[in-house]
Every structure is written in structure tokens, then in C-alpha cells.
Design a binder for this molecule. Structure first.
Ligand code: SAM
Length: 234
């Protein structure tokens, strides 16, 4: 039997709308319990400024994943860096349930979840508070008339640049050629981010701390190439 889970969804904000699915299939009983019981304990507060002390009770470095999907990548990173505080943002309820299961199964004490738009977190984070941010296989919005919905655009990038500490890393993965081109062109125009690639090898070598996500595996299954880009906050 599946449990219907009533969840307060973040409402639309003036001038901004979150696009994409909020829920897929009905949650299984355990997932429903995790959403009802664990999520409120590790949810990012709904409003007010955010920093490591408020979220984790100390001054640890922070990392952010934008659109974590089912959360495997975030759980992987959180398990290998217990001294870092991880903030995951994802509006898709079934994805949030996936990360909650990993948090419970692996006993991860360093994860906080915002079930909603990453921009809501970015605009409240203390300046220069993030050490790392990931944007892995973002929705490509390939049609020109939807291009303004892409995360890699001046408004979201300004917010991210403000929240990232100097030297902080922004990692992007995509299997969509159009999005790749869009990222390369958009990021090239920014003075506040520098591409860390130096040699052609940087295109093909996969860093050990960069595992495939669910979407990466799906893309590989379809025969797509995957591109990984890393930028350093100047
Ligand atoms: C194509 S999926 C990729 C999921 C995951 N990163 C992966 O690689 O398997 C893109 C995800 O980004 C989420 N998303 C889209 N816009 C977002 C936003 N503004 N803030 C947070 N998540 C967002 C979607 O709900 C979706 O789960």
C-alpha cells in the first residue's frame, strides 16, 4: 500500500517559477515515513539567513547540490566528507525520499535538505560560505524560448558567485551538447569563475570523487557522451 503524503510545497514567487515535476509515483510506506518524520528534522529552515552554524551548529565548510535527483551523488560526497555540511536542493518529492533513505541507511549526520528551488537557498546563504557546488545533469531546456529557465544563466550564477568562497569549486555535468555549449559560452563571459581545465586530458579523465549519477547512467545507456566541467570561484 502507498501512503499519500501531504507536503507543503513552496509556492510560486513573484517573477520566478520552478518548472519540472514535483511528484512521480505515490510513495512507498517507508519513504512516506521518512518524509513525514526524518525530513522535518533535517530540513533547511523555511526562511531567514543561512550559515554553517545555523544549519550544523559549528563553522564547518559547506557544500551544495542543486537538483540532486534521487540523491546518490550527495550521499556519496557526504559519506566521504563527514566534516563538511551538505545542503541538497530538490523539489521532486520522490527524489527527496531517495536521499532520505540514504541518510537513514548510512547514518549521515551532515546532510540538510531543501525540498524546493535551489535559488531560495542561494539567496539566503551567507556570502562566501560555500566550498563546493554541484549542478549535475540539469534540465537542458533545449528550446530557445525556454533558455531562460536554465540554471546556468546570469541571475542564478550571480547568486552562486556570491555564496561561493574564493577558490570554491562549481562542478557541472551534462550529456546534452546544446547545454554544454551554453555552459562554455556563458561561463567564459564571467570574470568571477575560471575553468580549471588545462589540458585535453581534463576532458576525458574522470576524477575519483565524481561518480556517475542516475541521469549519467541513463545517458550512457543511450550512448551519450558525458561532459564534466569544473570552475573555480576567483
Ligand atoms: C535531469 S534531473 C538530474 C538529477 C540528478 N542531478 C542526476 O544527475 O541524476 C534535474 C533535477 O534538477 C531538479 N531541479 C530543477 N530545477 C531546480 C531548481 N531550481 N532547484 C533545485 N532543483 C532543481 C529537478 O527536479 C530534477 O530532479
Amino acid at each position: 500500500m502507498s501512503l499519500p503524503v501531504p507536503i507543503a510545497q513552496p509556492g510560486p514567487r513573484p517573477g520566478r517559477r520552478l518548472h519540472g515535476r514535483r511528484q512521480g509515483h505515490a510513495l512507498k510506506p517507508r519513504a512516506g515515513r521518512l518524509v513525514a518524520e526524518l525530513l522535518p528534522r533535517i530540513a533547511v529552515p523555511a526562511d531567514g539567513p543561512l550559515d554553517a552554524r545555523l544549519l550544523f551548529g559549528d563553522d564547518r565548510p559547506l557544500a551544495l547540490e542543486i537538483g540532486f535527483g534521487k540523491g546518490e551523488h550527495l550521499a556519496f560526497q557526504a559519506a566521504r566528507a563527514p566534516g563538511t555540511g551538505f545542503i541538497g536542493c530538490e523539489p521532486y518529492l520522490n527524489g527527496v525520499a531517495g536521499l532520505l533513505a540514504a541518510v537513514a541507511d548510512q547514518g549521515l549526520a551532515n546532510v540538510r535538505i531543501h525540498m524546493g528551488d535551489a535559488l531560495d537557498v542561494l539567496e539566503r546563504l551567507a556570502p562566501a560560505s560555500l566550498a563546493t557546488a554541484w549542478l549535475l545533469h540539469p534540465d537542458p531546456w533545449p528550446k530557445a524560448r525556454h533558455a531562460k529557465r536554465r540554471f546556468v544563466n546570469p541571475g542564478p550564477l550571480d547568486l552562486l558567485a556570491r555564496a561561493l568562497a574564493p577558490g570554491g569549486l562549481f562542478r557541472i555535468a551534462t550529456d546534452h551538447p546544446l547545454y554544454l555549449r551554453h555552459v562554455l559560452v556563458t561561463m567564459q563571459q564571467r570574470r568571477d569563475f575560471a575553468w580549471t581545465a588545462r589540458t585535453p586530458e581534463d576532458w576525458t579523465r574522470v576524477p575519483q570523487d565524481w561518480p556517475d549519477t542516475r541521469f549519467a547512467r541513463k545517458a550512457r545507456g543511450l550512448g551519450h557522451e558525458i561532459w564534466r566541467l569544473e570552475y573555480r570561484r576567483r
